[in-house]
Design a protein around this ligand. Structure first.
Ligand SMILES: CC/C=C/CC(=O)SCCNC(=O)CCNC(=O)[C@H](O)C(C)(C)COP(=O)(O)OP(=O)(O)OC[C@H]1O[C@@H](n2cnc3c(N)ncnc32)[C@H](O)[C@@H]1OP(=O)(O)O
Length: 715
């Protein structure tokens, strides 16, 4: 839908009308083609302005149409017709001009932008490339290096940066449409030749080959197996080396491959899932749209260790007034310095006022008395937290929300220490808490829906992707991680090395394999958790604990003081304690050989396929158990937790989406295969939900909820 009106006597104003973001659906494209034709042939119209309804120019192609057969006029000829018009066409950009929206604007002869607008070509984040001429026009307009940066990263830029780079002509902080109309009136009669970007030569660097080789190498490295960034480089190379028409042909060929790829489907699934998880629901039937969050302006954080510091920064940056409490004077001083440094640095980087003044510090718990919401981030020790929740229950106002940042402890048990279990929820941040996008909001059986709504709203305010999940050991993320890590350890026992396991997982797309990650976060973290669970038997090598297969390898390394990067030794060797470059450790290899010999284990060759299947399918299987138990409301919740909190490669959509792409029957069959080989490993026992899905004909992922909710008998 697009409407044409005549303004200021001779300007044809075309308004795109498709809320909420005026995406270029078939109807909008039809509307543009039709209104442009009318404007061009109407003698009263001497120039044209294109704008979007409700303060948004255009959010690009309608992503919802990608899954079905495309109908309506295609974008490329539509944009060519605009560019070829013999009357000046001006884009009036407000809100967003993204993807196809910016490509439409690049087809116009001029671009006027509001100062607050964001512009960009984010197609790469959806597994695509700007294939409505964007990959060919942008380099012609702003040069190859700048175009490569925008197209391969998909980053959104401000109007000021767009002006500096040269792809908008004017920025206004007044009414953009009025400014564009005035501008359109002023350019009537001027030659449009130099304004048709497709007819311009591409400003070419001297050594094109060297430039593209370097870029391609960098892009391949950071893409972690994603194909779209590579295709984006190839398309821009075509702009730099071929005439426009041939460049366009190359753009279309590359797009054809991407458009139907599994990666594009995965990335588009992530786009919608990221938004869907904010529409949370609880097994009780409480939902996001029936619960109003409570206003929170004053927050408190207890504990100024690494997590507490990050949480304080995130809250202060979101504009809350924060009191940070730490009972240890040294820790308080160090914490205060670290928080202030982080806030100052961020303010400098973003060019905004620092939020340092928004944080108060205290050694007294009493200081949290008037907070609307308290987040406990003390040491992961149940006795300590029990005591703290008892105190908070009497210090805080009756309606104050009491939150814990525990990563695994029982929320319900903590709630039972207070007089207000309904006001207790988990807010599980990921380190570093002011950087990582994920927040697990954990509700117990007694948490009030309004408490969940309030924590979710606060997460959004902090810029987090917040996912509401039920209470169980490890919640969603860490619970699924357990079988993944265990399988990796079992693989070491059977003959793999940390290098072979990590290589297979990094090849899959994780930024770090499980052992490099363990070295980074510290082997002692998991050791403490296993000790608390009664699993650690110092000096003992037994491989069955609490009735199931257990690998003591991690415990044995910890007993030797090998805690990872911080001690310079863990699963790998480091130059010095604290250094980051992991090197294979000959000591570790002989240690593993001796271990296997003492256990009577025969080492065998283990390939990448086995590593990936055993680690990933065990993790996915736990995801099915979690869905079955309604700990997560849907597969999207699990997938967003893994993409935003655990480094799962976004172009693979998250573990549950990946399972759907591999095929549920295949996942089931491989789990059964490994379970037969390792009958003492319960997490390889296929989840009953996986069975049910397969016997229901393996429906597509968006229909899993129907099977999950279907009453079933265990008989
Ligand atoms: C022929 C193939 C050509 C491809 C070229 C392309 O153009 S691909 C698309 C490129 N465009 C984008 O990637 C932009 C995607 N959108 C955004 O980044 C943001 O939505 C926004 C435009 C910056 C607005 O952000 P805001 O935070 O204000 O809103 P939401 O993100 O919550 O979005 C509101 C709802 O609108 C839906 N939506 C947004 N963009 C599109 C789109 N391009 N197509 C379809 N739907 C879109 C979004 O999903 C939200 O709805 P939900 O129901 O909540 O999911």
């Amino acid at each position: 839908m697009a409407e044409l009106s005549l303004v200021s006597g001779s300007v044809g104003l075309i308004t795109l009308q498709s809320p909420p973001v005026n995406a270029l659906s078939a109807a909008v494209r039809r509307g543009i083609v039709d209104t442009m034709q009318r404007a061009v042939s109407d003698p009263k119209v001497r120039s044209v302005v294109i704008c979007g309804q409700n303060g948004v120019f255009c959010g690009g192609a309608d992503i919802r149409e990608f899954g079905s057969t495309m109908t309506g006029p295609p974008l490329v000829p539509m944009i060519h017709a605009i560019e070829a018009a013999d009357k000046p066409v001006v884009a009036a950009i407000e809100g967003s001009a993204l993807g196809g929206g910016l490509e439409l604007a690049l087809g116009c002869h001029y671009r006027i932008s509001h100062a607050k607008a964001r512009l960009g070509l984010p197609e790469v984040t959806l597994g695509l490339l700007p294939a409505a001429g964007g990959s060919q026009r942008l380099p012609r307009l702003i040069g190859v290096p700048a175009a490569l940066d925008l197209i391969t990263t998909g980053r959104h830029v401000t109007a000021a940066e767009a002006l500096k780079l040269g792809f908008v002509d004017q920025v206004t902080d007044q009414n953009t449409v009025e400014a564009a109309v005035q501008f359109a009136l002023s350019v009537v009669g001027q030659s449009l030749e130099s304004r048709r970007i497709s007819s311009l030569p591409c400003p070419c660097p001297v050594d094109v080959d060297a430039l593209f080789e370097g870029v391609m190498q960098r892009v391949r490295q950071s893409a972690r197996g994603a194909i779209a960034p590579v295709a984006c480089v190839q398309a821009v190379r075509a702009a730099a080396t071929l005439p426009y028409a041939q460049g366009m042909q190359r753009e279309q060929e590359l797009m054809a491959t991407l458009f139907t790829s599994g990666q594009a489907r995965a990335l588009q699934y992530c786009f919608f899932s990221q938004r869907a998880v904010s529409r949370w629901s609880m097994p009780s039937g409480a939902r996001w749209d029936t619960c109003k969050p409570k206003p929170v302006t004053k927050a408190a954080v207890i504990g100024l260790g690494t997590m507490g510091r990050g949480i304080t920064v995130a809250l202060a940056q979101a504009g809350l007034s924060v009191v940070a409490v730490e009972t240890q004077p040294q820790q308080l001083k160090a914490g205060q310095r670290a928080v202030s440094d982080m806030l100052e640095r961020a303010a400098q980087r973003l060019g905004v006022p620092s939020a340092v003044q928004g944080v108060r510090y205290s050694q007294e718990l009493q200081a949290v008395a008037d907070a609307h919401l308290v987040i406990e981030a003390v040491f992961e020790d149940m006795a300590l937290k029990e005591q703290l929740f008892k105190q908070l229950s009497s210090i805080c106002k009756p309606d104050t929300l009491l939150c814990t940042n525990t990563s695994a402890l029982d929320i319900d048990h903590l709630a039972s220490q207070t007089h207000r279990p309904q006001q207790v929820v988990g807010m599980h941040f990921f380190a570093p808490a002011h950087v990582m996008k994920l927040l697990e909001v954990v509700y117990g059986p007694r948490s009030a829906p309004q408490a969940v709504a309030t924590a979710m709203a606060l997460g959004k305010r902090m810029g987090k992707v917040s996912v509401a999940v039920g209470n169980c050991r490890g919640f969603v993320g860490n619970r699924m991680l357990m079988p993944y890590v265990e399988e990796a350890l079992f693989l070491l026992e059977e003959g793999a090395t940390p290098e072979t396991v990590d290589h297979a997982l990094e090849e899959f797309g994780f930024p770090m394999g499980v052992f490099r990650m363990s070295d980074l976060s510290g082997l002692d973290v998991g050791w403490r958790v296993r000790k608390a669970a009664g699993l650690v038997e110092p000096g003992k090598m037994s491989r069955v604990r609490q009735g199931r297969r257990y690998s003591p390898l991690g415990d044995l390394l910890c007993e030797q003081g090998r805690f990872g990067q911080k001690t310079g030794q863990g699963w790998y060797l480091y130059e010095t304690p604290g250094s980051r470059e992991a090197r294979p450790d000959p000591w570790l290899h002989s240690f593993l050989e001796e271990y296997r010999a003492r256990q009577g284990l025969v080492s065998r060759r283990i390939d990448s396929q086995e590593v990936q299947e055993r680690c990933l399918y065990a993790l996915i299987n736990e995801g099915f158990n979690i869905l079955q138990e309604s700990i997560a409301a849907g597969p999207e919740d699990i997938d967003m937790i893994y993409v935003f909190g655990y480094g799962w490669p976004r172009h693979r959509g998250g573990p549950m989406f990946y399972a759907s792409q591999v095929g549920l029957p295949r996942v089931l069959q491989r789990l059964e295969h490994y379970q037969q080989l390792h009958p003492d490993v319960p997490h390889l026992q296929p989840s009953s939900l996986l069975w049910r899905l397969v016997s229901s004909g393996s429906p597509p992922i968006h229909r899993w909820r129907e099977v999950i909710r279907k009453p079933h008998s265990a008989l």
